[in-house]
Design a protein around this ligand. Structure first.
Ligand code: ACO
Ligand code: BUA
Length: 447
């Protein structure tokens, strides 16, 4: 079948396409690096004509022009399911709302009609001969935006890599209302983060936990990248990947021969993921590569699906952990930092996995804005901090001073184990605080 007539019929100049948006609408942007700055800039041109337009995204890496054009928030109200550094800065200035999300539940928000977009603005690769536009590096919740929006507008960009997948990695022209040909901006690249000596120390402790045939999930930040770099140089065999986010270090591990996926129970020989963010090294690797399979997040992050692979090793970062074992990864006190994302999904999923381990990794200290060294292992979480992983679900905690497994430990055993992961100079203070909090049973008091 020839789709070129339909393509021409649906093709609009960007200014015309943006006229679809009305005051009071909910406009759903794409996700992660698949956000379209081209469509956003065109919508921003209409700032004075529109009122009370809600925009939703997931981890948009740039500050949208719609938001910058409206510092009083009279026209556009911006919402993010998970703060990027750019969203965090906007949130600090009251220009971005956070929408709490346990990541694998995201698609169900739309399936259950808790939220429905009026207009979806989605960046895609050029149409193939079968009439499909590939959705590129972010599947996540995007198919549900397209299913539920009253109007779907796609921006075609020739630089979007074709990400092959397990399901719904493309949208068909019959499901698209309007097509805009964009400015073919290159893919947004995230700089590789510098890896500190402490990150390397933590990574070396994590490496000890990884066996041949393990199935990896790496979170965001320098430390998971350090783990990836060390694995690439190790002699580990037949590692698998079932992750939320695919980053550059997976390419290094694959090219070094560490990843084959042969021992996976699901998606054998494929790296399963729901979004990718990194540099062109990653995007070039993904393009048309059958070794990778992108899926919606209600597959990759469903704890029961995660648990069907054996030896799942989830490696994620946190902001602080208290002596009860509660993990705060999304806020520092009342300051919102990021989001729950898939952290809880992977801690729970790794526990369901035969031989699985869910690791919360953090440096033992943090320098505050005044340059004072603060312990990230704290008696209680900073007031206002949001709990990302409850104590009953937390599994392993790692700092540069070691690793501990919390399951089946009493409250005093947990506190003792966690104090042993704190910076040695800060341990006495933690012991005193634990005593005040009466965490110890008298006979087990630390002396
Ligand atoms: C994409 C994925 O991660 S997939 C994995 C599953 N999802 C998750 O784990 C989600 C929850 N986790 C996260 O969001 C991240 O891992 C984080 C926030 C815990 C750490 O991420 P990193 O990129 O290493 O954080 P980074 O060191 O850049 O700090 C981010 C911000 O938090 C602030 N921050 C970090 N630690 C602290 C602290 N102890 N006290 C106060 N502020 C802190 C930093 O100053 C920075 O703010 P800024 O941008 O204003 O300077
Ligand atoms: C949107 C989810 C991103 C994360 O898990 O960090």
């Amino acid at each position: 079948m020839d789709y070129s007539t339909e393509y021409k019929r649906k093709l609009l100049p960007v200014e015309e396409a943006m006229k679809v948006v009305k005051s009071g609408d909910l406009v759903q942007y794409g996700e992660f690096v698949m956000n379209s700055s081209y469509l956003d800039a065109a919508l921003a041109q209409r700032v004075d004509e529109l009122e009370n337009v809600n925009i939703r995204t997931t981890t948009c890496p740039f500050p949208p022009k719609t938001v910058l054009a409206d510092p009083e928030r009279k026209h556009f109200i911006y919402n993010d399911y998970h703060m990027s550094a750019a969203s965090r800065k906007l949130h600090d200035k009251d220009l971005c709302n956070y929408v709490p999300l346990t990541y694998h539940e995201g698609p169900s928000f739309y399936e259950r009609d808790y939220v429905a977009a009026d207009v979806a603005l989605i960046k895609v690769a050029p149409m193939d001969k079968h009439g499909f536009f590939n959705l590129g590096t972010a599947l996540s919740l995007t198919p549900l935006f397209c299913d539920t929006a009253k109007t779907v507008i796609v921006e075609v960009n020739e630089n979007v890599p074709i990400c092959l997948g397990g399901c719904r990695e493309s949208i068909h022209i019959s499901e698209v209302d309007y097509i805009v040909e964009g400015d073919n901006q290159p893919m947004i690249q995230l700089p590789e983060l510098p890896i500190s000596d402490t990150d390397k120390k933590i990574a070396s402790i994590v490496l000890e936990e990884i066996e041949d045939g393990a199935c990896l999930q790496l979170g965001i930040g320098a430390m998971p990248n350090a783990v990836g770099a060390m694995i690439a140089q190790s002699d580990l065999k037949d590692l698998g990947v079932h992750t939320e986010m695919l980053v550059d270090s997976f390419v290094d591990m694959y090219e070094a021969g560490r990843i084959t996926g042969r021992r996976k129970q699901l998606d054998k020989c494929k790296m399963a993921y729901t979004f990718a963010m990194g540099t062109n090294k990653l995007y070039n690797f993904l393009d048309g590569n059958p070794a990778c399979a992108i899926y919606p997040v209600d597959y990759t992050n469903d704890p029961f699906i995660i648990g069907r692979n054996d030896k799942v090793l989830g490696i994620n970062n946190a902001i602080e952990v208290d002596l009860y074992g509660q993990v705060a990864s999304e806020s520092s006190g009342t300051r919102h930092i990021s989001g729950t994302g898939g952290q809880l999904d992977f801690i729970i999923g790794s526990y369901y996995s035969k031989g699985g381990k869910g690791l919360i990794c953090l440096t033992s200290t943090f320098s505050d804005k005044e340059g004072n060294l603060q312990s990230r292992i704290r008696p209680t979480l900073t007031p206002g901090a949001v709990v990302t992983v409850p104590r009953s679900i937390n599994f392993y905690v790692v700092t540069e001073y070691g690793i501990t497994m919390l399951k089946a430990k009493s409250t005093w055993q947990r506190a003792e184990a966690l104090i042993n992961l704190a910076h040695p100079d800060l341990r006495d203070e933690l012991i005193k605080e634990a005593e005040k909090m009466r965490i110890w049973v008298r006979s087990n008091k630390i002396v």
